[in-house]
Write a protein that binds this ligand. Sequence first.
Ligand code: PLP
Length: 399
Amino acid sequence: MVESEVTSKRGLGLSALAPRVVQSEIRAMTMESDLIGGVNLAQGVCDTEVPAVVAEAAKTAIDEGHNIYTRMDGITRLRRAIAEKTERMQSIVVDPEREVVVTSGATGAFHAVALALFDPGDEVLLFEPFYGYHVGTLRTLHVVPVAVELDATANWALDLERVRAAITPKTRAIVVNTPSNPAGKVFTRAELEGLAEIAKEHDLFILTDEIYEHFIYGEMKHISPAAIDGMRERTIIMSGYSKTFSVTGWRIGYVIADAKWIPAIAYFSDLLYVCAPSPFQHGVAAGIEKLGKTFYAGLAMEHEVKREMLVGALRDAGFDPYVPDGAYYILASMKHLGDVLEGKGAAERARSLLRKTGVAAVAGSAFFRAGKGEDLLRFCFAKKDEDLEEACRRLRGLK
Ligand code: PLP
């Protein structure tokens, strides 16, 4: 299991909690790609434009002197905007004074929530393929991440029996990431209802990372576990604007939770980050207030076109891509590529792809327990059209 890798690293004289394949792999591929002037589809950094209303409001906020600490749970205007949009879009009623904490990104949200809710030795279930930061954060707190495999042959379907089998007396929570990184899985209402049953039966929290909530394709619909009957109290929503407004460097995220959990979450968010950057809170608040349905529909449509573009190129190059329902990554299988790419594992083959095409991807193994994901690569399609077109052209040259 995930935990045994940690245990086996103890005694090296380095913190056993620090090194982790996930980030090192993404960063390594980014550096190698930069060295050769490659097209970087490894990193999930959106290259798309920041909406003008968002950028202008942040600049104005600096000029107007909003440059000092804010309340630890964020400025009132932003908490209100978050509460209002959550009710409007997901029919979840939120009290902006008692149920919202603005955090340092969704990453800071997850860290503060985990510190507030878990003790060392607690077990937390998460779905594999997983987002590395979730695993890394839990491990850092000596909380045990327990991976539950999704079914790759059935569009990453959730097997509730596997969830039940993974629960022990130490289990405290289940982490949901919908839409997910890296699989692009969008949890269905039926799946969330099944998880809700289990959570109630075993008295578990659901932590839900919804950072890609607006990146949804086809007929799929984003549903938060908090919207499932009877789940509001035990569900902690974590999301943010890094991806939606293309401001990954601004560090604006948030937590929505029942008022009884908020003081502890806000306490740890304050302890770690004090507050989210003040002018950027104003910028994001303006964006939520002023950008309407057309913006969000446009965002999804724009990325759906990019998804189609990359899926087509990957197929032409001989990969078998799993077509994502949401987020902006594609996991692609190399099983029919033959020996076009050199090397044994996914990390070696990612480097071979970079050498041959100048396109950087991430080894699938970064999102699985050791020994798995070795026939997968992850490609990010949140790129400017010209860069994505260039990447597609290069990928097609692989054969
Ligand atoms: N959660 C998931 C699932 C992600 O994929 C990412 C970024 O890649 C984040 C959180 C990071 O969000 P933030 O920039 O708000 O910390």
